[in-house]
Design a protein around this ligand. Structure first.
Ligand code: TXA
Ligand code: MG
Length: 358
């Protein structure tokens, strides 16, 4: 049975963090809000509890999870040889959507890091998440809460819809403020490198680290095979269950190309819907608006919930408009490209069951 803590008039019931924290301490699994997306958490120092997360999500065992902390002191419990730059970044961006890949300390059990000698840590910028970690009195390992391969979860309703009955607790945090996951930054390999673009932008990081590199896979075009610096790169992600996403890179003639595709699909007896920015002049059929190109933060915030909304509506194809890669636009395009990705080879079991994508 899943215990649901729902917000009433903006407030969680008294004792929510205490009970959920105790659940974590006792080896349970708690779905909780963060500023990026909802996470599925367990005691990061309890191997069996972390394994349960992999089982529930259907997550490949070689994909490590991020450990969430509520204090810098907890980082010392998890990592060793934290470089000076790591401390500067924590000072500047924590709490916030920046995950640091550091050298792993001996206390971290193998399932958390999928056997790697590095551990990724972040301090979420969300009051509920922070009080949960405090009450649990242990760092919390938490991947995004979605079943592996699906779009991330950004609301309580989506969390309940997907996970009720599978986890011990789900905590309501309303809609996620940022809507895409944290930036994953590797500090262990000489030159700092963005492995996954996210809530903290490359531009923000470059102000502090002019030499910053962005891993080629961070654009989201390629699905990595074999040894990837971030195992998450290898797997298909963010994909709706029923609908197939077709992404149109931003370019002149985009509207005509999207409408032509819509006509072609309609003629073949299948259904398609548009996922576009406010500026795009498309008014045919089902149109879901992500927000203005001028405000990519708004687009990021609505991205996953819009994909889920269209997927629930049962359309065969989602014709999605790409946006510029400045700022958080890079994270949005990474998610869109990967959700449209054609690589199938290593899809987790949960995804194979859907079987409906052509
Ligand atoms: O915003 C977020 O980061 C959310 C919230 C819940 O905090 N979490 C999240 O976790 O997105 P997940 O598991 O969906 O994505 C974690 C990514 C994966 O691509 C994984 O491969 C990578 O981080 N990662 C984790 N530990 C790593 C490590 N030691 N080295 C390289 N990549 C790592
Ligand atoms: Mg994820």
């Amino acid at each position: 049975m899943t215990l649901l803590f729902r917000r009433e008039r903006g407030r969680l019931p008294a004792g929510t963090a205490y009970i959920a924290g105790r659940t974590i301490r006792e080896g349970g699994v708690v779905v909780f809000p963060t500023e990026t997306v909802y996470g599925m958490g367990a005691d990061a120092l309890n191997s069996a509890a972390v394994k349960r997360i992999f089982e529930i999500k259907g997550r490949p065992l070689d994909n490590p999870v991020i450990v969430h902390v509520c204090s810098r002191g907890q980082v010392e419990q998890l990592a060793r040889d934290v470089p000076a730059m790591g401390r500067i970044l924590m000072e500047r961006f924590w709490p916030g959507p920046l995950t640091l890949v550091l050298r792993k300390g001996p206390a971290v059990p193998a399932p958390v890091t999928a056997g790697l000698d590095t551990v990724s840590v972040r301090m979420p910028d969300n009051r509920t998440a922070l009080s949960l970690i405090r009450q649990a009195r242990t760092p919390i390992a938490a991947p995004s809460a979605n079943i592996s391969g699906r779009p991330s979860i950004t609301s309580f309703e989506e969390a309940v819809g997907e996970l009720d009955g599978l986890v011990d607790v789900i905590i309501d945090g309303g809609s996620s403020r940022i809507g895409v996951e944290s930036t994953v930054l590797d500090l262990t390999s000489g030159v700092p490198s963005i492995l996954r673009p996210g809530g903290v932008t490359a531009e923000q990081l470059r102000e502090i680290m002019p030499g910053l590199t962005i891993h080629p896979a961070a654009e989201g075009f390629t699905v990595y095979r074999g040894k990837a610096p971030s195992p998450g790169m290898k797997y298909r992600h963010y994909a709706p269950v029923h609908s197939r996403v077709l992404l149109f890179e931003p370019q002149p003639g985009l509207e005509e190309a999207m409408i032509a595709k819509w006509r072609q699909i309609s003629r073949s007896g299948r259904t398609a819907a548009f996922l576009v920015t406010d500026e795009t002049e498309i008014h045919t059929g089902t149109v879901v608006r992500l927000g203005s190109r001028e405000r990519p933060e708004e687009i990021a915030r609505r991205l996953f919930s819009s994909l889920r909304q269209l997927d629930r509506s049962g359309v065969d194809y989602i014709l999605a408009e790409g946006i510029g890669e400045e700022g958080i636009g890079l994270a949005v395009m990474n998610r869109l490209r990967r959700s449209a990705g054609k690589a199938r080879g290593r899809s987790p079991a949960h995804r194979k069951e859907s079987g409906s994508s052509p």
